[in-house]
Design a protein around this ligand. Structure first.
Ligand SMILES: C[S@@+](CC[C@H](N)C(=O)[O-])C[C@H]1O[C@@H](n2cnc3c(N)ncnc32)[C@H](O)[C@@H]1O
Length: 418
């Protein structure tokens, strides 16, 4: 049975929220819209519904450019004009900070992105027939020939890669492609059956020579270990004056238009400080630029490959004032304490920090400022609340749109010791 509801706002996760006889969460909707819905999941306190018809559309609604939109699980904001996407993300961030963190603040400092073709990394799925991305809430694959989020050169890899996998009937379930500023690529296959690997090497050489000369290296995953099939396992990325070695297994910021903005914001907060610890530092994306502005820096990171890259990046940037340690944050804290930093940078994964980490960082006497880079407003709000309760005050929060056309929200918060 269908009914018509009025959407009040868009909440974290990207669904529109309507309050009628109960709460309804409806994807692909906008505030003020009247929408005919069909309930697909009934819960005690709320229902999840799908939009059947937009009865009264918002002035901010647009035709999604992508033909796979609403089927492919990659995007959930393509029906929204880009300027409005930014407004909605600001509201969601503000709302999460208030509800979870009890922090009442306006998000004034905002960095919009190029809305399309911004991603330097693709994670394609393959099932022996379809090549593309998972459908929403499913492990079924939608077969794609173009993705509006990807850099053009990554889009150009779709057809040849698919043809190659089909021609040799490869048992591959995932293909990760990273492309740098020169469109040089690293490819990583996840084989479901390792026995094919030996046979595939000559074919890969053909692929590289005849189809894409910009492939620098090909690797594969087997039993949780990555092996190199061809070429090298690193490429170099350049952002502004900084040069980064990035290996197949290391994280690198995905939005080519926003890395410089992120660096500039973080660097602006370290001016005047002397000793910085950068937790969750990856290949040193932030650590390297910070080192040009302070006396000493220590980067701490759990991923072994990323730490190797970070150490190489010290030399590639002719720096002498920074060190990197491999380790998880909870273990690295005691080294951080001995380092006596006056500023700490944190850029954790979506799960954020935890009470113990916040408590230990707050108890380091020398620390006067914390800069927190977050890709999840809920865990950010939780952690900022803990910092506020441990003697810090949130001074400013900036939003950088790293993930246009999706509900994901990236931000940088600066906290000062009271
Ligand atoms: C969001 S990325 C940020 C990387 C880097 N700051 C950058 O801008 O490229 C998070 C990083 O945290 C690392 N990581 C994940 N869990 C960790 C942990 N418990 N301790 C230390 N590092 C961790 C990941 O390997 C990844 O490199």
């Amino acid at each position: 049975m269908s009914k018509v509801v009025k959407i009040q706002k868009v909440v974290y996760g990207g669904h529109g929220l309507a309050k009628e006889d109960k709460v309804y969460f409806v994807p692909y909707t906008l505030p003020e819209e009247e929408v005919e819905i069909q309930v697909i999941e009934e819960k005690k306190d709320y229902s999840v519904a799908k939009p059947v018809k937009i009865v009264k559309p918002s002035v901010f609604r647009q035709e999604a450019p992508c033909k796979y939109y609403t089927v492919c699980g990659g995007c959930d904001f393509q029906h929204i004009l880009y300027e409005k996407q930014i407004e909605i993300k600001k509201e969601i961030l503000k709302d999460q900070l208030l509800r979870i963190g009890k922090i009442d603040t306006e998000i004034k400092d905002v960095y919009p992105s190029n809305p399309f073709n911004y991603r330097n990394k693709a994670q394609f799925k393959f099932d022996g027939k379809n090549f593309g991305f998972y459908k929403h809430n499913s492990h079924e694959i939608v077969d794609v020939d173009y993705c509006y989020l990807l850099k053009e050169d990554l889009n150009q890899t779709i057809q040849p890669l698919k043809k190659f996998l089909l021609k040799y009937a490869l048992n591959v379930s995932q293909i990760v492609v990273f492309s740098n500023y020169k469109d040089e690529k690293l490819i990583k296959f996840e084989f479901t059956d390792d026995s094919q690997i030996v046979n595939v090497i000559p074919d890969l050489n053909i692929y590289k020579d005849e189809i894409d000369k910009k492939i620098k290296g090909v690797g594969f995953y087997s039993k949780n270990k990555r092996h190199l099939l061809l070429g090298e396992d690193v490429v170099f990325e350049v952002v502004d004056r900084y040069k980064y070695r990035v290996s197949m297994d290391s994280f690198f910021q995905v939005n080519i238009y926003q890395v410089k903005n992120l660096i500039d914001i973080v660097v602006s907060y370290v001016e005047g400080y002397k000793k910085v610890v950068d937790f969750y530092c990856g290949v040193g994306t932030l650590t390297i630029p910070i080192a040009f502005h302070v006396k000493d820096v220590l980067g701490i990171e759990a991923n072994e490959e990323a730490v190797k890259d970070a150490k190489a990046n010290v030399k590639h940037n002719n720096l002498k004032n920074l060190k990197f340690l491999k380790g998880k944050t909870d273990k690295g804290l005691k080294y951080a304490k001995d380092f006596k930093p006056d500023l700490i940078v944190l850029d954790p994964p979506r799960s954020g920090l935890n009470k113990k980490i916040v408590k230990e960082i707050s108890s380091i006497e020398s620390v006067k400022r914390v800069v927190y880079v977050s890709c999840n407003p809920s865990t950010l709000a939780r952690d900022l609340k803990d910092f506020q309760e441990s003697g810090f005050k949130v001074n400013k929060i900036s939003m950088i749109d790293m993930f246009p056309q999706t509900h994901h929200i990236e931000s940088v918060s600066v906290l000062d010791k009271i």
